[in-house]
Design a protein around this ligand. Structure first.
Ligand code: GLN
Length: 483
């Protein structure tokens, strides 16, 4: 039962082959047995799950149908869940029970999805390896000595290990696509504004976007359908109709123009990954796509710009965690300053503290123009590159990451080495564009992802291309040994 995709589960539930309650029990037992190896969950919500499953079964018994009705999922632990710990992977929020549901959580619950738990993540979504979590590192089910990627590493490891079919995640600089690539999943970062950020604990508000992590494009379509849409509670949410993603998966790729940026194939890219990317291009050509070389000349400036803008926004967003209103508070503060200093010093881990300091520095008088303003100008150039490219092509294709998943601890002493691994993903966040990563092969037994980018609100195009690719390849069906 645990091998089923969301689409297969929906059919099985509709045909009464099994109930949501039966499936939920199977998966909860599987999590109890296997997750100790992976550490992909921070909290399990068994009671809620069984109640939601029984309610979904009752709705189906009355004749209701729906792709998510009775489907088991989990939420990255930065989506607020009413009455349930929402930790953001931080000691700061270890004792925080959200007083309300995030819009994404509420929408999926209304569609009948069953929440099995809250997944592990890098602290405040800062990281690419899920090693900065207060709750410990997550292991990659493909090789337990390697990282699963981050920051949505818990969602990715759990779905890859067949503990559940799909999970929510968020992507500020790659945190959906990069863990998807590292664990052989399909993950979609929607257009900025497509999915409500209300109740999603903020890292960098102008870059953060929620989206689905699943094994197939077909399942990403189902989960995105439940997440997307205008939300008056989020002032950056966009009032655009949500297309029927599942209905558009079968469009022909005949004549689809694929752009491959020449800058992607630089010295930093593992040549074995480059080869797999070329293979994926050949597959899409066989399906009718036309390939063209393009250029994104400002791509080289994206990492420094991102690592100014994201920490700047983080330093502002995280100022609310002061030990006064909610979250961790130190013991016996001597005075107000001592309360702030010790609460924040004890509550935040080293990577979060590093980013707050970098951000506060970049925003300070005298440095603002030199760093923050400059970074914003680069952001515009990166966006302009994409706008020019999308005049010529329909999608942009390349590797999701320059290397496969690294070993746990390998980049501990060198945070910049980890930042450099984000080179292919962060440009989409700077520009606000949608991006998808899908399985494209293996290097040394570790999964490799190919990334597709599209113009604003063309999530449907990305899912269509990925679905057609998955009808003609079987990488996404490979299962990690032992799971
Ligand atoms: N690795 C990037 C960072 O550390 C992206 C993280 C994310 O997308 N949340 O900021």
């Amino acid at each position: 039962m645990h091998h089923m995709t969301l689409a297969e589960i929906a059919r099985g539930l509709a045909d009464k082959q099994f109930s949501s309650e039966e499936l939920t029990k199977v998966l909860l037992a599987r999590i109890a047995r296997l997750d100790p190896q992976l550490n992909s969950f921070i909290s399990l919500t068994e009671e809620l799950a069984l109640n939601q499953a029984a309610a979904a079964d009752a709705r189906r018994a009355k004749g209701e149908n729906g792709a998510l009705l009775g489907a088991p999922i989990a939420h990255k632990d930065l989506f607020c869940t009413q009455g349930i710990r929402t930790s953001c992977g931080s000691k700061m929020l270890d004792n925080f029970k959200a007083p309300y549901d995030a819009t994404v959580v509420a929408k999926l619950a209304a569609a009948g999805a069953v929440t099995l738990g809250k997944t592990n993540m890098d602290e405040f979504a800062m990281g690419s390896a899920n090693e900065s979590s207060y709750y410990g590192a997550v292991k990659n089910p493909w090789n337990l000595a390697h990282v699963p990627g981050g920051s949505s590493g818990g969602s990715a490891a759990a779905v890859a290990a067949r503990l559940l079919p799909a999970a929510t995640a968020t992507d500020t600089g790659g945190s959906i696509r990069q863990p998807a690539a590292f664990t052989n999943l399909t993950g979609l970062k929607p257009t900025y504004g497509r999915v409500s950020r209300w109740g999603m604990i903020a890292y960098a508000s102008s870059l953060d976007q929620g989206g689905p992590l699943a094994r197939t494009a077909e399942d990403c379509a189902i989960l995105l359908q439940g997440m997307a849409g205008f939300d008056p509670n989020d002032s950056t949410s966009i009032d655009e109709p949500v297309p029927d993603y599942s209905a558009n998966l079968n469009g022909s790729l005949q004549g689809l123009r694929i752009g491959v940026p020449k800058e992607y194939f630089s010295a930093g890219l593992d040549p074995r990954i480059a080869e797999l990317i070329h293979d994926s291009v050949k597959t899409l050509e066989k399906l009718g796509a036309v390939v063209k070389q393009i250029s994104l000349p400002n791509m080289q400036h994206a990492i420094p710009a991102y690592y100014v803008i994201a920490p700047a926004e983080a330093s502002s967003n995280l100022s609310r965690f002061d030990g006064v209103r909610f979250g961790h508070r130190c013991e016996n503060p001597e005075n107000l300053m001592d309360l702030y200093k010790r609460s924040r010093g004890e509550g935040f881990g080293v990577e979060v503290q590093r980013r707050i300091m970098v951000g506060a520095y970049a925003l300070s008088a005298g440095y603002y123009d030199a760093y923050y303003l400059k970074a914003q100008k680069i952001r515009r150039l990166v966006k302009n590159d994409f706008m020019a490219a999308f005049n010529e092509v329909d999608v942009i294709l390349g590797p999701t990451t320059p290397n496969p998943a690294w070993k746990l601890g390998a980049k501990d002493s060198d945070p910049v080495a980890a930042y450099l691994e984000d080179v292919y993903t962060i440009t989409a966040n700077l520009a606000g564009l949608p991006g998808l990563s899908m399985p494209a092969g293996f290097v040394d037994g570790l999964p490799v992802g190919v990334q597709l980018l599209a113009p604003y609100f063309q999530e449907g195009r990305l899912l269509n291309v990925a679905h057609q690719y998955q009808l003609h390849t079987d990488w996404h069906t490979r299962t990690p040994q032992g799971f």
